[in-house]
Design a protein around this ligand. Structure first.
Ligand code: 5GP
Length: 379
């Protein structure tokens, strides 16, 4: 008989962080930098642990150039050629410590990854990304990559449960990507660049953009598979930390508060797709409709991406991503400042002088409503 797990599992929208007495006077006192030492590669990391997703609309070299100035990280998508990598590396050597080269499990992907890592030894991170990190084939692949690159830090995923986090860490991965289908039907509009007119006083998590229809991941709809992201992060962080491994909360963040909740839940890194899409530095075509500018943002397994790179959607699979047009948000620098400002503020509210202390100072309160809906139909 099928089993029903009746423990309550929560998403970012189901909780808020409870404020705590604090001695911090200003958010400028908060240090968002973290240092980690990785279990298998034995390498050290120092930076602000927010990662641009390895999607070709987000993980671009242009994005990496800006994010590295803030000590943020970029998982570069897998579709750049070796030549493009070499050019970027020669012009931006200071950024190389803040980026990863990505690969799926296909042999052509992997050959290309080998060439990149051989040509540019300063790239020390590998992002191994498959939609379903539960396959035995993927575990074997992680083991092979670990053997081939004993000193590179390996990110691998995606999974959502503790036992698979452990298996991947024991197979040689250092940082596990956690998240299956957490994209939400919300759109976050950064304050500094607000291109969309909406009611005065409306909060920044808003849904008032008609030409926008949600995040680009459709796995939950197509397959019925998924796990509420906040609970996935809490459970997977616990499993990883028990083995001295690390996790990335990947997907589902729609506003800076969600990034703070992911860190509060125990994520070591937070990976963003949609929140970093739609900027000058993002990939995706710029289009205009009714006098307003939009940028296309599509899932890596959307029909759009498959047509672009694989000559179409293979017959045996449905596309598990879609294409949306997000309002053009200008330069990503403003969005980054907004996210970091929000995160510093969270730390001030709960009395964490460092990002490292945030999860220890976190008490989540379950809520039925996130924001005052008076100017906004979001609940
Ligand atoms: P977001 O921050 O937009 O909610 O989520 C970004 C994450 O969505 C990515 O890092 C990746 O894990 C996932 N993703 C990217 N493309 C696709 C896709 O086509 N289908 C699905 N199911 N997930 C995707």
């Amino acid at each position: 008989m099928p089993h029903i797990d009746s423990d309550i599992k929560l998403d970012f929208k189901d909780v808020l962080l409870r404020p705590k007495r604090s001695t911090l006077k200003s958010r400028s006192e908060v240090d968002l930098t973290r240092s980690f030492s990785f279990r298998n590669s034995k390498q050290m990391y120092t930076g602000i642990p927010i990662i641009a997703a390895n999607m070709d609309t987000v993980g671009t070299f242009e994005m990496a150039k800006v994010l590295c100035k803030f000590s943020l990280f970029t998982a570069i998508h897998k579709h750049y050629s070796l030549q493009q990598w070499k050019e970027f590396a020669s012009q931006n050597p200071e950024c190389l410590e803040h980026l990863a080269a990505s690969s799926g499990t296909g042999s052509s992907d992997f050959e290309q990854l080998e060439q990149i890592l051989e040509a540019i030894p300063q790239v020390k991170y590998i992002c191994l990304d498959v939609a379903n990190g539960y396959s035995e084939h993927f575990v074997e692949f992680v083991k092979d990559v670990r053997k081939r690159f004993p000193e590179h830090t390996i990110m691998a995923g995606n999974v959502v449960t503790g036992e698979m986090v452990e298996e991947l860490i024991l197979s040689g991965a250092d940082i596990i990507k956690v998240g299956i289908g957490p994209g939400k039907l919300l759109y976050w509009e950064p304050r500094a660049t607000a291109p969309v007119a909406h009611a005065p006083g409306a909060l920044h998590c808003s849904r008032d953009v008609t030409f926008f229809s949600g995040s680009v991941c459709t796995t939950r709809k197509k397959t019925g598979v998924g796990y509420p992201q906040l609970s996935a992060v809490m459970e997977c962080a616990d499993a990883a930390h028990g083995l001295k491994g690390h996790i990335i909360s990947d997907g589902g963040c729609s506003c800076p508060g969600d990034v703070a909740k992911a860190f509060g839940a125990g994520a070591d890194f937070v990976m963003l797709g949609g929140m970093l899409a739609g900027h000058s530095e993002s990939g995706g075509e710029l289009i205009e409709r009714d006098g307003r500018k939009y940028k296309l943002f599509y899932g890596m397994s959307s029909e759009m991406a498959m047509k672009k790179y694989a000559g179409g959607v293979a017959e045996y699979r449905a596309s598990e991503g879609k294409t949306v047009a997000v309002p053009f948000k200008g330069d990503v620098e403003h969005t980054v400042r907004d996210i970091l400002g929000g995160l510093r503020s969270t730390c001030t509210y709960v009395g964490a002088a460092k990002l490292k202390e945030l999860s220890r100072r976190t008490t989540f309160i379950r809520v039925t409503q996130q924001v005052n809906p008076i100017f906004n139909d979001e609940s």
